[in-house]
Design a protein around this ligand. Structure first.
Ligand SMILES: [Zn+2]
Length: 334
């Protein structure tokens, strides 16, 4: 375990629908101590907040952490939120949460400054500080999971926008009047390139009569996921088509990001990035085919490197950068 007594540190909390992952993180993005517990989201907001407070207190009691200057807690949360008010608005995977003032509720109990940030923005900041975006001042990160999140760092700063909801590239429209997205729009990137929709598209095609080896998987397990589709994509016609189509839509989003933000690097993270080259290679091929020909100044498309830790490292980094002492990390959020 790294001794961080010489460094400022912050606690990062990655609040997910299933798990709460928390860690004490130093200014170099090193996780010094960590705790993961089930969210128990069915218990409602107050119960989940009790659990967040409990993991923060457990971390603060850890010997290496208790000796270090602690600047505060960053909380990464899903869905729409107001960072300036510290309010989670209505995350799809946290039932019963409506306008929950999480920053105030947690802050008064742990007696530390609290900063709330969108989870995909946290992942972008985390990768920027300590992962695949280290040293990169202009980057776009996609988190490919049940949905598609994204975070944009431009000129070293996290982009928030006037209404604090910049970086929702998962809901940019890549197919006019296309598939219905949970957000209410049609044709969103998320409706084609998220793990949830990839699995759903394969199921829909099988229900419409297409044959696939994944029918056996579905019969055995009662479900299929995007990893099954990725694994089958090399030998199964249906899986190959849907997977390649998801990669093509992702490449379209990368081209759009290239022209809007001009990033040096595009980082693909989230659970789907476990597919590795099965994801990266077709996205790069589609991107090279779709983008401006003859222009060499193109973003490099890479896989994320922090895995599950990106969210909590980024949540802590958001707090550390706001605290503003010592060296400032790239991807600072102020
Ligand atoms: Zn959408």
């Amino acid at each position: 375990m790294t001794d961080i007594t010489a460094y400022d540190s912050a606690i990062g909390v990655d609040l997910g629908g299933t798990r709460i992952k928390a860690g004490a993180v130093d200014r170099d993005g090193r996780v010094v101590a960590r705790v993961t517990i089930d969210t128990e989201a069915d218990g409602g907001p107050d119960h989940v907040i009790d659990r967040i407070v409990a993991v923060i207190e457990e971390l603060l009691d850890t010997p290496a952490v208790s000796k270090a200057p602690m600047v505060g807690v960053g909380i990464g949360a899903p869905g729409a939120l107001s960072q300036s008010r510290g309010v989670v608005i209505s995350p799809p995977n946290l039932p019963g949460w409506r306008e929950v003032a999480i920053a105030t509720k947690v802050g008064t109990r742990v007696k530390l400054p609290i900063l709330l940030e969108n989870d995909a923005n946290c992942a972008a900041v985390g990768e920027s500080l300590a992962g695949a975006g280290r040293g990169i001042r202009d980057l776009v990160m996609f988190t490919l999971g049940t949905g598609v999140g994204s975070g944009i760092i431009l000129e070293g700063r996290l982009l928030r926008g006037h209404f604090e909801s910049a970086g929702e590239l998962g809901h940019t429209i890549v197919q006019p009047d296309g598939r219905a997205c949970l957000c209410g729009q049609r044709g969103c990137l998320e409706a084609y390139a998220s793990a949830g929709h990839i699995a759903r598209r394969v199921r829909e095609a099988m229900e419409a009569g297409e044959t696939s080896s994944l029918a056996d998987t579905l019969a055995e397990r009662g479900e299929i996921d995007a990893q099954d589709v990725a694994a089958a994509s090399e030998h199964d016609v249906l899986a190959g088509r849907i997977w390649d189509d998801a990669c093509r839509y992702l490449a379209i989003a990368c081209v759009n990001a290239q022209h809007a933000m001009n990033p040096q690097r595009v980082i693909l993270g989230g659970g789907m990035s476990a597919a590795g080259d099965r994801l990266l290679t077709p996205v790069r091929e589609h991107f090279n085919r779709l983008t401006w020909p003859g222009v060499n100044d193109r973003p490099e498309i890479v896989l994320a490197s922090l895995g599950d830790d990106a969210g909590l490292i980024g949540a802590a980094a958001v707090m550390l950068s706001k605290a503003g002492t010592g060296d400032r990390a790239p991807g600072r959020a102020d």
